[in-house]
Structures are given as structure tokens and as C-alpha cells.
Ligand binder design. Structure first.
Ligand SMILES: NC(=O)c1ccc[n+]([C@@H]2O[C@H](COP(=O)([O-])OP(=O)(O)OC[C@H]3O[C@@H](n4cnc5c(N)ncnc54)[C@H](O)[C@@H]3O)[C@@H](O)[C@H]2O)c1
Ligand SMILES: O=C/C=C/C=C(\O)C(=O)O
Length: 492
């Protein structure tokens, strides 16, 4: 087809001080479904990031810095209304960038984008602060109370795996607490963030309250943002090693940081579990979003008496997964985010065989015989037979793959689950709730689900331990992170 008849590709621009601006350099947005060039994205240089930070600082000195909590809550609800009104456009944006199933984009990604704004609008409006009636030497006492004030300008850096969900998970509380924001989405998933900037503009936030810059990490927009002296706090979601790099970048300025990092999460299935529920749950926690969720289970431990039966059941269901186009009926899995990420995942597929794995299912690339063969698809994969110290059992792969191993006792399972540099999430399957209450607190992780996975109450603390993160966000934990808290003592 002649390119002259092809529709013009979208040009995705930065959003600074209430206006969309193009940058000098651009980079390509490539579809992971068929490898086509679908958009061009402006790449922010240091001057562009500086303009965004200065716009945010100016907003803090202007109308946005003088808003009340109620005014901000109303603004967040208007943003949620705006996403709702353009729901299908947000779905299309997420699907174009990531190739995910349309039904997932609808029921998870965009739905949570709306929920994030509504949750923090309501939380901010209803949140209390502390008050203590204190004793004093003269017996007359004192009152101690706290006030929350904005941090100032918050730099938000987000990943590509749940683009809108994870970006709004940070933007909503940051704005609710009265901060101004400069956000940089992943270079792999710029589209829904750009649409969000339109919605925020149309919701009437003052210029500079929210700013969006596109680009890469080191030596590009991400690093320019974290190193900018006008940034008061950085909230980052991404790989652990990136978190360490950012921590070094902000150390001299002692900026507040919140890190949501990598994981090598375990699922543990006891023999007394509801077998079918556990199989269905581990299928979800292994293959949702092509395994590209930080909470996914790449390590599965199954109590010996049901191990063979469990592996057979997982094999059957994994081989039955429908891998295909985002809009196909009943599609279970789309491609990975990019050809580069696919090459990383396939390198682990090869490594597993070198490390001695038994490939129970998958292990390669599906063949479609059409344009999808130019996409970033891999087969959902199951391994057994690897030792706990195998790289495929210790390193985060971030793809549709899990290793299943048997265990003999509860104590052994806990020891092996905790033998990891990561500590983000764990899914525990048992019908014995005394066991659940006994085992869950022993797990070195920020999040433990029992007889479910990725059931989210946005008021709860969310975050990881060890290499999986620093701090907690969610509910009042977000309000505390995105606020400066002052304690005031009044002598009576
Ligand atoms: N714990 C969580 O809640 C959570 C959630 C989602 C994803 N993740 C993790 O994120 C990773 C996948 O996402 P990814 O590949 O986008 O991660 P990544 O670390 O490669 O990139 C994340 C973001 O950081 C930016 N960045 C990269 N280097 C930077 C630097 N030096 N300075 C500033 N910014 C920089 C990128 O441009 C991107 O916007 C996985 O490890 C996954 O476990 C964790
Ligand atoms: O890929 C990681 C998913 C993180 C999810 C959240 O932060 C959330 O559900 O709020």
C-alpha cells in the first residue's frame, strides 16, 4: 500500500504549563502485535524538563498552591469523569501500545485509572490527622496535633506494564495532597498518559499543576527529572536496578523517594487447598498480562502429595491458553511489550534448558502465519526440575512463565519462598486458615494473598521489602508520602 494513502501517524507531545508542545527529537512507537510503526513521540531534553519543573513550581506559588482539599477532591472527580467519558479512547491507547487483551484494558487498566482518582479524592476529603492530649510537668497538659502540607513538586516515573493504572496510582494522591506533578511515562507506553493530559487539562486544573514529559531513562527525560533541583520528591515504579540508580541520583538533595520495584514472587499450594481454585488462581498469577505484572508468580511451590496432579492440570490449561490479537474473542494473552523484552524473555527460555529444566509447556514462540509473526509474542511456559539457585528461579523474567517445584513441609516452603533478594508478593493456597494465619506473617513480602491473587483494596498499604521496594503507597500511606507532616504542640 502506498504510504501516501496511509493515515498520518499520531505525534505524541509533552504537556507543559497547560499546553501541548512538541520537542526537537522524536522516537518511534512500535506495535508489539505486528511490529508496525504506529506513532512518533517527542523526546524531552533537559531544557524541556526544566520548563516542566518551573511550570510546576509556578503553579505551587499560584492558584493550585492555594486550593483547598475539597477543591482538589472535586478536581480529581472531574478527571475521573473525563476518563469515563473517553473510556474507549483510553482502552484503544493502552491496547495500541501494549497489545494487551481488550477485555483486560477495559476491566483492569482503565477501570483502575478511574478508581485511583475517585479513591484518593474521597480519601483526601475524609482523612484525619493526629491529635494527642499530652501531660506536662505543671499538670496543665498540652495538645499535640499534626498538619499535612504539600511536598511541593513531585516527579513521577512509571513503567510500561500497566501504563494508566500505575501512572494514575501516583498522580491521583500527589494532586490530592496539593502537590504539582511532572510525570514521565515509560517510552514504551506513552499513549494513555498523553490522553490523560488532555483530560486533566479539560478538567480545569490550573496550568502547571500537572505536566507530562516523554523520553527515556538514563541520559534522557527520566534522569533530567530525578536530578532536577526543583523536584522535591520522586515516586518511581520500575526495575530494582533502576531504583538503585535513581536513589543515587537524588541522594545529594535528600529528596523523598517511594520505590515500587521488581519481584520474583512465589505462589505456594498446600495439599489441603481447593485444587481447582488453586489451579485457576496460579494460572492467573502466572499469565495475566503475559506475565508482565510485578505481582505475578514466577515461582510456584506445591506440596508433594498433589505435585504431579497440579503440574498436569497447569500443563493442560496452559496449552489451552488462547494467544492472539487484542480484540479476538476469548483471547487470554497478547504479545510482550516489545521485541527487546521478548528477546530477554526468550533468553531465559533458552537458559532454562541449559540449566536443566523440564519444559512442561511452551518454551518458544507461537507461529501464526500472519503479521503477528512480526510481533513480540512468546508461548506461555511452565518449567519443572530446576534447583532453587538456578538463575531462572532467582532472577525476575517478567514474562508468561513459571517454575513449579514440590515441597515436603510448611517450614521448608516458607524457607524457600523467603530465600530471594526480592519480597513483593506471595499467593498462599490452603483450606486451613490456622495455617494461613501462621504462614502469612512469616513470608518476607509486602503483600500476601490467601486463596486469591491481586484482589485490591486501594486503602491498604502496597509495596515491597528487600529489592522489591522502599515505602508503602495506598490509602493513608499515600497521603503520608505525598505530604509534609508538621507536629504542633500547644501548651495549655
Ligand atoms: N512493585 C511494583 O508495584 C511494580 C509495578 C510495575 C512494574 N514493576 C517493575 O517494573 C519493571 C518493568 O518496568 P520497566 O521495564 O518500565 O522498568 P524500568 O526500570 O526499565 O523503567 C521504568 C521507568 O523508569 C524510567 N527510567 C529508566 N532508567 C531511568 C533512570 N536512570 N532515571 C530515571 N528514570 C529512568 C523508564 O524510562 C521508565 O519510565 C519490572 O521489574 C517490574 O517488576 C514494579
Ligand atoms: O505490575 C505491578 C502492579 C502493581 C499494581 C498496583 O500498584 C496496584 O494495583 O495498585
Amino acid at each position: 500500500m502506498s504510504t501516501s494513502s496511509a493515515p498520518p501517524r499520531p505525534q505524541l507531545r509533552h504537556f507543559i504549563n497547560g499546553e501541548f508542545i512538541a520537542g526537537g527529537k522524536t522516537f518511534r512507537n512500535i506495535s508489539p502485535v505486528n511490529g508496525e510503526h504506529i506513532a512518533d513521540i517527542a523526546e524531552a531534553d533537559a531544557a524541556t524538563v526544566d520548563a516542566a519543573v518551573k511550570a510546576a513550581q509556578s503553579a505551587m506559588r499560584g492558584p493550585w498552591g492555594r486550593t483547598t482539599m475539597s477543591e482538589r477532591a472535586a478536581a480529581l472527580h472531574r478527571i475521573a469523569d473525563g476518563i469515563q467519558a473517553r473510556f474507549d479512547e483510553f482502552v484503544a491507547a493502552e491496547v495500541a501500545d501494549t497489545g494487551r487483551p481488550v477485555h483486560q484494558a477495559r476491566t483492569l487498566d482503565v477501570a483502575r485509572g478511574i478508581a485511583n482518582f475517585r479513591t484518593f479524592a474521597d480519601l483526601a476529603r475524609s482523612a484525619n490527622t493526629d491529635l494527642f492530649q499530652s501531660e506536662s510537668a505543671d499538670g496543665l497538659g498540652a495538645l499535640n496535633y499534626t498538619v499535612r502540607k504539600p511536598l511541593g513538586v513531585v516527579g513521577i516515573i512509571s513503567p510500561w506494564n500497566l501504563p494508566l493504572l500505575l501512572l494514575t496510582w501516583k498522580i491521583a494522591p500527589a494532586l490530592a495532597c496539593g502537590n504539582a506533578v511532572v510525570a514521565k511515562p515509560s517510552e514504551e507506553s506513552p499513549s494513555s498518559a498523553t490522553l490523560l493530559a488532555e483530560v486533566i487539562r479539560d478538567a480545569g486544573l490550573p496550568p502547571g499543576a500537572f505536566n507530562l514529559v516523554h523520553g527515556f531513562g538514563g541520559g534522557s527525560a527520566g534522569e533530567f527529572l530525578t536530578r532536577h533541583p526543583g523536584i522535591d520528591a520522586v515516586t518511581f515504579t520500575g526495575e530494582s536496578r533502576t531504583g538503585a540508580t535513581i536513589m543515587k541520583a537524588v541522594a545529594d538533595d535528600m529528596k523523598e523517594v517511594s520505590f515500587e520495584l521488581g519481584g520474583k514472587n512465589a505462589a505456594v499450594v498446600f495439599a489441603d487447598a481447593d485444587f481447582d481454585a488453586a489451579v485457576a488462581g496460579v494460572m492467573r498469577s502466572s499469565f495475566t498480562n503475559s506475565g508482565q505484572v510485578c505481582l505475578c508468580s514466577e515461582r510456584v511451590y506445591v506440596e508433594r502429595p498433589i505435585f504431579e496432579r497440579f503440574v498436569a492440570a497447569m500443563k493442560e490449561k496452559t496449552q489451552a491458553l488462547k494467544v492472539g490479537y487484542p480484540a479476538e474473542d476469548n483471547v487470554d494473552m497478547g504479545p510482550l511489550i516489545s521485541h527487546g523484552h521478548r528477546d530477554k524473555v526468550l533468553s531465559y527460555y533458552r537458559l532454562a534448558e541449559q540449566e536443566g529444566a523440564t519444559v512442561v509447556a511452551g518454551g518458544g514462540v507461537p507461529h501464526f502465519g500472519d503479521e503477528r509473526d512480526r510481533g513480540a509474542y512468546v508461548q506461555p511456559t511452565i518449567w519443572t526440575g530446576l534447583p532453587d539457585d538456578a538463575r531462572c528461579v532467582t532472577e525476575e523474567i517478567f514474562g508468561p512463565v513459571c517454575h513449579i517445584a514440590p515441597f515436603e513441609s510448611e517450614d521448608e516452603a516458607v524457607r524457600r519462598i523467603n530465600d530471594s533478594q526480592y519480597g513483593l508478593a506471595c499467593a498462599l493456597w490452603t483450606s486451613d486458615l490456622k495455617r494461613a494465619h501462621r504462614v502469612a506473617p512469616q513470608i518476607e513480602a509486602g503483600l500476601v494473598w490467601v486463596n486469591t491473587w491481586y484482589l485490591r483494596d486501594l486503602r491498604t498499604p502496597f509495596g515491597g521489602v528487600k529489592q522489591s521496594g522502599l515505602g508503602r503507597e495506598g490509602g493513608r500511606y499515600s497521603l503520608d508520602f505525598y505530604s509534609e507532616i508538621t507536629n504542633i504542640c500547644i501548651k495549655l
